[in-house]
Design a protein around this ligand. Structure first.
Ligand SMILES: [Fe+2]
Ligand SMILES: [Fe+2]
Length: 259
């Protein structure tokens, strides 16, 4: 019987340079760390904004099992169709009325692993309450899961910490995404929930949150509209590896990487 699970979660994949990092590095990492479940945030994979059908296929072929997202999922015109077609492609569950779903249950050796995508409301679109949405999901669709993993796509560290603390002991792990800046606060909360405020990103980190700095600097300095594209400078694969108990649902260990 499978009693524990090694998982990898990757921060927002930024365009082609980010996808290349997943292609080049994920397979080796999964073998080395005996990973059974790989989750990545794909909201920026299409040249920085959104995701396409082709990229969904690429990410799956590179070893990703579940693709989470966030505010940029809607950038692609085909988003609704993709979300309806692929149940392992998620949008935040707390969008009030949207295509697709905000959770996916992956069965591994008869164990049910629930993956949930939620989005914050501080400095972001005021969608439904992530606390109430998660509470409802845990009491209904995710009630019988052996582990629950949450990608909380949010700007504010306080909101990320608060959600993790509120659900400490009821979810296995909460990892933040969206800022594209990896935090150094990975830990296990008192009742066993693993936590990191932000996984970071996959792509060129010598940049402004994954985009070529020249264009972003011009935009910020001049306050004009300047096109920008994903950076290729100093590319990294960033995220966490965690070991989760499928008997207690708790996180046994959590470690961050930037490789
Ligand atoms: Fe992002
Ligand atoms: Fe985002």
């Amino acid at each position: 019987m499978l009693e524990e699970l090694n998982i990898v979660m990757l921060g927002d994949v930024i365009g082609a340079p980010g996808l290349e990092q997943v292609f080049v590095k994920l397979n080796h990492l999964k073998k080395k760390e005996r990973i059974s479940l790989a989750i990545a945030n794909g909201e920026n994979s299409d040249d920085g904004f959104g995701i396409t059908q082709q990229i969904v296929g690429s990410m799956i072929s590179y070893g990703i099992d579940v693709i989470t997202s966030g505010n940029h999922i809607w950038s692609n015109r085909d988003a609704e169709e993709l979300l309806n077609d692929y149940d392992y492609l998620l949008r935040p569950a707390n969008y009030p009325e949207a295509a697709g779903k905000g959770y996916f249950i992956k069965t591994i050796n008869d164990k049910k692993i629930g993956v949930v995508n939620l989005m914050g409301r501080y400095f972001m679109t005021p969608i439904d309450c992530p606390f109430q949405t998660l509470n409802k999901l845990l009491k209904s669709e995710l009630k019988n899961c052996d582990a629950i993993i949450v990608d909380f796509h949010a700007e504010s560290n306080s909101e990320k910490q608060a959600l993790a603390m509120e659900f400490d002991g009821r979810i296995s792990l909460l990892a933040g995404t969206h800022t594209h800046v990896q935090t150094a606060d990975e830990k296990i909360l008192p009742k066993g929930t693993g936590f990191i405020a932000d996984l970071g990103m996959c792509g060129g980190i010598d940049s402004v949150i994954g985009m070529e700095k020249e264009g972003i600097l011009e935009k910020i300095v001049t306050q004009t509209t300047v096109p920008f594209k994903p950076s290729k400078d100093n590319c990294k694969l960033q995220g966490i590896i965690a070991n989760i108990s499928l008997t207690s649902k708790k996180t046994n260990s959590i470690g961050r990487f930037s490789i």
